[in-house]
Each structure stands twice: as structure tokens, then as C-alpha cells.
Design a protein around this ligand. Structure first.
Ligand SMILES: [Zn+2]
Length: 458
């Protein structure tokens, strides 16, 4: 096998791995670069090989940094299958059209305000393109091998692949590739142990070579009682007469927050105040979490209790009306790094008042508004206007959907037939290098942090 690292090298976004295996050309993950402009500009480079030569795309999970380049790939001529778990396929039906819509909006906005260097500014792809690529999805079962054969050459051996759940978000899986000689496993994004909603990552039986993520390769999560931390913040804020605003990722985090808050309300650990979920995408994702609850730790009763405490804010009018209320409330709204979405409209209202709290709930990427505020920025610019940060700012690190290095080392330690070679990706350079040292020390195998576009033989 030959593996080329086309993304998520030196950074956490843009996951794409090109694999040549028994005459097949397969792309594992097809992610969009996100974050600073220098990274996003890579989304506009043409795909390094003729896309018609690709036999298949296999997704680890639905997050846009792992799936969001698919419509662009289709635009360049990819017509083949996109294999994904059932949960991932369903989530992509929400996430990809939204990504297309956002890009159209951004291009329209840039044209209206004439701030783009390109005239006219164009979206990378549209909502329509995203809807089109969804037709290429092939939802697959987990925990069993499926074979891929080439459409072009009928004599070759092909290879087999399998999904095993990793507890990161609904449908998130490691991808195992077997060419008959070697077993290559892509971790995708690895979840946490003892999460209230997600099951622990499944232990892997056998890997000769692994590609492992390192988002938290240099950090441990705060060992704190998440529910108690949330309760303290909510109680203090309500006592001040303020509102708690939580910028949240729409998939996974929003549902976890709702779960914690409904527990706190049930146990009377916080006063009864309105809880708003203000994000159409988070509402759709919550519906999917309820639909797939048997794959998760959520009982039917949990789902009903979440519905009972949550006011789902669907329309823009309702969203605007929320800003007029002066009564204490909890508002969960996307995006999680406060880089866009409805949450930034609430921030204009919440930030200048010391009574309110702004609570971040997970990883804040370099260059995002979320990271700047968590790092203590005294003001922030939203839609060209400067806002003072007077609200109390919190970051509950334990709410992450990514395992920290200790959890990943634990997960790797459970592999029965351990890999001789591990490649560390999906981390900022410090995190990836720390992870490399930790894996080396723990398992005495070859560990490398690959360069972008590097090809290795397996
Ligand atoms: Zn992810």
C-alpha cells in the first residue's frame, strides 16, 4: 500500500488520506480546511490527482473538516461511492448542505460589501452541489468487513474495509483497511472515556500500521466534574440576573450540554429557567441523536426529558426575539468557536454586560474569535463593530469530544496485535510532536509525524 497525507498534517483540519491499495485508489476522509485564511485557501487548490481515478471515498465521521470537501470533489468530476457508517451518512445530510449554504452566503456578503479580492466572489460549492453528492453515499454496517473492487480493472484483488466506533460523535468510526497482507487503521477523531452520551471507543483487534489523531496530543483535559462546573456558572449567573450563552458545536456538544442541563434541572441543582437551543442544525442533529439513541447511551427517558426542558428556536424571528428578553436564561447556539452562526448575534447582546456569562465548551482553534476571548481579549469585533467583553468568560475544557493524550494512549494500549508503525496527524505541530514522543515511549514502535503531501509505503 502507498499512503499520501493530503491534509491534517501540521493542523487539525482538512483531513484527507490518499491510499493506493491493490490497484485501487481510495480517499480516506475528504475534509475541508477551516480556520485561518492561509489554511482555507488550500480548499481552492485543485485535487492533486485526476479525481476520476478515485475508486472510493471512505469517511471516518461527518464533521466538516473530515467530509466538507466532498461536494468540491464531486464538482471536479468524482462520481464514485462515498462509504460511511449510517450515523455519518445521516449527519452529512444535515452538515454538507449547510456548509454549501454558508459558502453561498459568505460569497453574497463579500460581493455586497465588496471586500473580496475576487470579483465576483464565488462559493467553493453550493447547497445544490452538496445535495448532489449525498446521492453518492453508501451507508454501511459497522464491525464487519466490506470489499471494494475497481470499476475500471476487473482483475485486481481489491481490498476490504471495516468501521468500528470511536465514541467521538454519532457514527464516528475508525476505518480499518486490509489488503490481504497488512492492516492499516485510521483512528479518525477519537472520543472520550466515560462520556454520558457516547459509548467508550471500541478497542481495536489488530493493526500493522496506524494513523492516529493528536488534537490534544500535548494536553490533558481538566479533571473536573463537568456538571458541577456548569451548575456553578449557571447559579452564579442567575444570581446576578444574567444569561448564560454557550457557543456550541451543533453536533455532539449541543446534545451533551442539553443532557447535563436536564440532569441539573431534574436534580434541582439549578433554578428553573428557560433553556433555548438556537441553531437549526443543532436541532436537526438532536433529532438524529434521539433517532439513533440505541447506538448511544441515551435512554428513551433521557430523550423525552431533553425535549421537556428545551425550547427549540427554529426561525430567525424567534432568534431575534430572544435578544429582547431580560429574564435569565440559558442559550446554546452555534458555532462552537463563535466564528459565525446565530451565536454571534447573541454575543453582541451578552458580551457588554457583566451580569452575563459566556461559556465555551471545547477546543478553540488558533485564529478564531473563541480562542481570542478565551485568551482574555478585552474586546472583539463582530460585523465590523467593536464590543467590550464584560461578561464572565469560562471555558469548560472537560466538555471536549476528543480524547486527550492519556485517553488515546489507553485506547492504543488495548490493541491486541499492536502496530509496528504509527503516523501522528490531526494536531497543531506541538501537539503532534508530543503525541509522537508519548506513543514512542509507551509502545516502542516507529512513530512519525508526516509532512503534508508526503507519501509512505506500507
Ligand atoms: Zn471530528
Amino acid at each position: 500500500m502507498k499512503l499520501t497525507f493530503l491534509g491534517a498534517a501540521d493542523t487539525v483540519t482538512g483531513s484527507k488520506y490518499l491510499l493506493q491499495c491493490n490497484g485501487l485508489t481510495i480517499l480516506i476522509d475528504c475534509g475541508l480546511y477551516q480556520g485561518v485564511k492561509k489554511l482555507r485557501s488550500r480548499n481552492w487548490q485543485s485535487f492533486p490527482i485526476e479525481v476520476k481515478k478515485l475508486d472510493a471515498v471512505i469517511l471516518t465521521h461527518a464533521h466538516i473538516d473530515h467530509s466538507g470537501y466532498l461536494p468540491a470533489l464531486m464538482k471536479q468530476g468524482y462520481e464514485g461511492p462515498v462509504y460511511a457508517s449510517k450515523g455519518t451518512s445521516q449527519l452529512c445530510q444535515i452538515l454538507l448542505p449547510d456548509a454549501g449554504y454558508l459558502q453561498e452566503e459568505e460569497a453574497n456578503f463579500a460581493n455586497k460589501h465588496k471586500y473580496s479580492r475576487h470579483h465576483p466572489a464565488k462559493p467553493l460549492y453550493t447547497e445544490q452541489h452538496a445535495r448532489q453528492v449525498l446521492k453518492q453515499f453508501k451507508p454501511m454496517t459497522q464491525n464487519q468487513f466490506h470489499s471494494i473492487k475497481s470499476n475500471r480493472e476487473h482483475n485486481q484483488l481489491g481490498c476490504r474495509f471495516m468501521f468500528t466506533p470511536v465514541g467521538h460523535i454519532l457514527g464516528a468510526c475508525a476505518v480499518h483497511i486490509d489488503d490481504g497482507h497488512k492492516r492499516l487503521v485510521f483512528s479518525g477523531d477519537i472520543g472520550r472515556y466515560d462520556d454520558p452520551i457516547m459509548h467508550n471507543p471500541d478497542a481495536i483487534e489488530h493493526a500493522d500500521v496506524m494513523v492516529v489523531e493528536s488534537t490534544y496530543g500535548d494536553r490533558r483535559h481538566q479533571q473536573l466534574d463537568t456538571q458541577q462546573a456548569l451548575a456553578d456558572i449557571i447559579n452564579e449567573t442567575v444570581n446576578r440576573g444574567g444569561t448564560v450563552l454557550i457557543p456550541s458545536f451543533a453536533v455532539g456538544r449541543a446534545q451533551l450540554l442539553l443532557y447535563h442541563i436536564k440532569q441539573l434541572l431534574k436534580e434541582h441543582r439549578i433554578p428553573t429557567i428557560p433553556v433555548y437551543l438556537n441553531s437549526p442544525m443543532a436541532i436537526s442533529a438532536t433529532d438524529l441523536y434521539k433517532k439513533f439513541n440505541r447506538q448511544l447511551k441515551l435512554s428513551q427517558q433521557d430523550c423525552a426529558e431533553i425535549d421537556n426542558i428545551t425550547r427549540y428556536v427554529r426561525t430567525q424571528e424567534e432568534s431575534i426575539r430572544l435578544n429582547e428578553s431580560t429574564y435569565p436564561a440559558i442559550i446554546i447556539s452555534a458555532s462552537g468557536m463563535a466564528s459565525g452562526g446565530r451565536v454571534i448575534h447573541h454575543m453582541k447582546n451578552i458580551l457588554p454586560n457583566h451580569r452575563n456569562s459566556l461559556v465555551f465548551a471545547g477546543y478553540q482553534a488558533a485564529g478564531t474569535r473563541g480562542q481570542a476571548i478565551v485568551d482574555g481579549a478585552k474586546e472583539t469585533k463582530i460585523h465590523g463593530q467593536t464590543f467590550q467583553v464584560k461578561a464572565q468568560v469560562h471555558n469548560i475544557g472537560s466538555l471536549s469530544a476528543h480524547g486527550d493524550y492519556a485517553e488515546i494512549i489507553h485506547w492504543l494500549g488495548l490493541i491486541k496485535q499492536r502496530p509496528q508503525q504509527v503516523y501522528i496527524t490531526h494536531g497543531e505541530s506541538c501537539a503532534a510532536d508530543c503525541m509522537r514522543l508519548k506513543v514512542e515511549r509507551a509502545f516502542h514502535c516507529n512513530v512519525r509525524v508526516p509532512e503534508l503531501n508526503e507519501t509512505v509505503t506500507i
